[in-house]
Design a protein around this ligand. Structure first.
Ligand SMILES: C[S@@+](CC[C@H](N)C(=O)[O-])C[C@H]1O[C@@H](n2cnc3c(N)ncnc32)[C@H](O)[C@@H]1O
Length: 213
């Protein structure tokens, strides 16, 4: 088990102080919409955190579907588990583990979702490959992540810089380009003047997965 100490004390306040209502929910909502999940689908959420994606995902896949979330922070997962119990979702499974190896994650998935996680996962390329390796043929992948805003929102850059620094986001990775460069049938949205990037694409099979290494 990997336990990230970073979120140990902040997990309880994450949903309130992370800017979810103001900003970040728009990114996750756009990604989940673009995944076009069908009832009965299986979805893997990598770096699921406190489970903010779960209400939208469980609604999309329905009772016959399944949502599996993996995270390396026990404190974040504890918050997610609370949501699962409170909502009574019987088709959500939460796994404590490293995204680079996906221990305890079995089977294949119709979709994989990384919301604000690929830019903070230490071994992010391994995590990307591991997730693609669990996709069913023609499975869809969504990446939502952050960068500094541009244009009219440029004056807000110091605030965004602070948020990225606090979240230990490596913005140089531009993780959404991994979808745009490596997958097919891609869709891309730039929200909040470039602070939030949403990219969704279809897996092109094992050959393309090797190329992305
Ligand atoms: C900024 S939070 C985003 C959480 C959630 N996806 C959301 O949208 O609110 C990043 C999450 O990635 C998780 N994480 C970081 N490195 C990880 C790793 N190596 N394996 C699994 N999860 C990891 C953290 O524990 C944290 O919960």
């Amino acid at each position: 088990m990997v336990t990230l100490p970073r979120y140990r004390y902040g997990a309880r306040f994450y949903d309130t102080v992370s800017g979810e209502r103001l900003l970040y929910r728009h990114g996750r909502a756009a990604a989940i919409r673009l995944l076009a999940l069908q009832p009965g689908a299986r979805v893997l959420v990598v770096g699921c955190g406190t489970g903010l994606d779960l209400p939208l995902l469980t609604a999309a896949v329905g009772a016959r579907g399944e949502v599996v979330g993996i995270d390396a922070s026990a404190a974040m997962l504890a918050q997610a588990r609370r949501k699962v119990v409170r909502a009574g979702w019987r088709n959500v499974r939460l796994v404590d583990g490293d995204a680079a190896t996906l221990p305890g994650v079995h089977g294949t998935f119709d979709a994989v979702l990384f919301t604000y996680s690929l830019s903070v996962i230490h071994e992010w390329r391994r995590a990307w490959q591991a997730a693609l390796g669990r996709l069913a043929p023609s499975g869809r992948v969504a990446v939502v992540d952050t960068d500094l805003p541009t244009g009219l929102a440029t004056p807000l850059r110091p605030l965004a810089r602070l948020a990225l620094w606090a979240g230990k986001v490596d913005r140089n990775r531009k993780v959404w380009t991994t979808v745009l460069d490596g997958l097919t049938d891609t869709r891309y949205h730039r929200l909040a003047r470039g602070h939030i990037h949403v990219a969704v694409g279809t897996s092109t099979g094992p050959a393309a997965r090797q190329e992305a290494r």
